[in-house]
Design a protein around this ligand. Structure first.
Ligand SMILES: *[C@@H]1O[C@H](CO)[C@@H](O)[C@H](O)[C@H]1NC(C)=O
Ligand SMILES: *[C@@H]1O[C@H](CO)[C@@H](O)[C@H](O)[C@H]1NC(C)=O
Ligand SMILES: *[C@@H]1O[C@H](CO)[C@@H](O)[C@H](O)[C@H]1NC(C)=O
Length: 335
């Protein structure tokens, strides 16, 4: 024990650089240097101590983490931006199933599921509203639909074989008709028509089938979790948009995509810059309206538009009580 103590002391002494003699022996200079060094040391010490105290006071006086959500409704006339998105940000899938037992139904000889990027442009001279429509068939999802972030491989395999997804990855919506720039995305479930390589069932068979089916519109988007300090922006898969198909009836609905911005300054020490991020989500939709115009035989018609409401989330500080609670949870987790 004694030997260990002597060894430790020797080690510490050898580390202490300041114990070494300072050999600045120019006439009269030695004193001056020491004086300046002393002043600097005192100033540095005062600086560090007061900074440390300031940090501690800030940390201790935080009562709780401040969490704020604000919604702003933008003026439609002033909106001119687009929300561009890929599968990672926002993905859609269409799931057709029998009404009573939810048995998947993916027979292309009955229905054609399409997605379209629609760009309206307003001709100021003639007053005409022109629509440019880029439409394509949706295909069985496979890898095109990001599910929840945790492992759900069985579900993914099952799900990706029974739902329709777009094969195109980039869409855009937003803008304003006042600026000649409106873009929306449309998803439609149509009756199969004998114009392609697919040989369709008869019109009567298709209409009869439609009476037994529901169409679930599944959205993979993101949401903000105030209580998560590691990955506060999480993926959510929402399947609440369900439509009952009807024969001889078009059901129309609008879904609004909202952009949320996130500002985080939640390190334990009140240091560093704010972290900023944004994500897209759908939490607003207009319940379906029915029309009887079946000249273009559409059963389901969904229009996805930019929401004029923008949400902003702010998590300002990370309080000592929150920190200790989190720590406690982590420790419990590891026990
Ligand atoms: C989104 O796409 C449009 C074209 O559709 C483009 O003009 C715009 O700059 C893009 N916006 C961003 C933020 O990438
Ligand atoms: C589905 O409908 C779209 C738009 O009318 C068309 O371009 C496409 O060829 C159709 N696909 C099938 C398989 O019928
Ligand atoms: C498509 O063609 C098949 C075979 O020619 C026919 O039996 C069916 O009724 C047609 N379906 C439609 C919707 O035109």
């Amino acid at each position: 024990m004694e030997a260990f103590w002597i060894w430790t002391k020797a080690k510490v002494n050898s580390i202490d650089m300041f114990s070494k003699p300072v050999s600045l022996t120019y006439q009269g200079r030695e004193k001056f240097t020491t004086f300046l060094g002393g002043i600097l040391s005192v100033l540095l010490t005062i600086g560090f101590v007061s900074y440390g105290m300031q940090l501690s006071i800030q940390m201790l006086t935080r009562s709780a983490t401040s969490k704020a959500k604000n919604s702003i409704e933008r003026d439609q006339i002033l909106v001119s931006d687009y929300y561009n998105f890929s599968h990672e940000d926002l993905a859609f899938a269409v799931f057709i199933a029998t009404d009573d037992s939810f048995v998947p139904f993916v027979d292309p000889s009955y229905f054609n599921v399409t997605v379209a990027q629609l760009s309206y442009s307003y001709d100021f001279k003639s007053g005409a509203l022109n629509a440019d429509l880029k439409e394509e068939s949706m295909a069985i999802c496979r890898e095109n639909f990001p599910l929840l972030d945790h492992k759900l491989d069985d579900f993914r395999n099952f799900f990706s074989q029974i739902s329709y997804c777009s094969t195109q990855t980039d869409f855009s919506f937003g803008g304003s008709v006042f600026f000649n720039t409106l873009k929306t995305v449309q998803i439609k479930v149509r009756r199969c028509v004998n114009e392609t390589s697919v040989i369709c069932k008869s019109k009567e068979e298709i209409e009869a089938k439609a009476r037994d089916l529901t169409v679930t519109f599944i959205v993979s988007s993101k949401y903000f979790d105030f209580d998560d300090f590691e990955t506060p922006i999480k993926r959510v898969v929402d399947d609440q948009f369900i439509f009952k198909m009807s024969s001889g009836l078009k059901k129309f609905s609008e879904l609004y995509v909202k952009r949320s911005t996130v500002a985080l300054s939640d390190s334990l020490l009140p240091l560093g810059e704010d972290k900023e991020d944004s994500f897209l989500t759908i939490d607003n939709y207009q319940k379906d309206q029915e029309t009887r115009d079946m000249s273009d035989p559409i059963f389901i018609d969904l229009e996805i538009r930019q929401d004029l409401v923008v949400d902003s989330y702010e998590r300002r500080v990370y309080s000592i009580p929150d920190f200790s609670e989190n720590l406690e949870n982590s420790l419990n987790f590891f026990q």
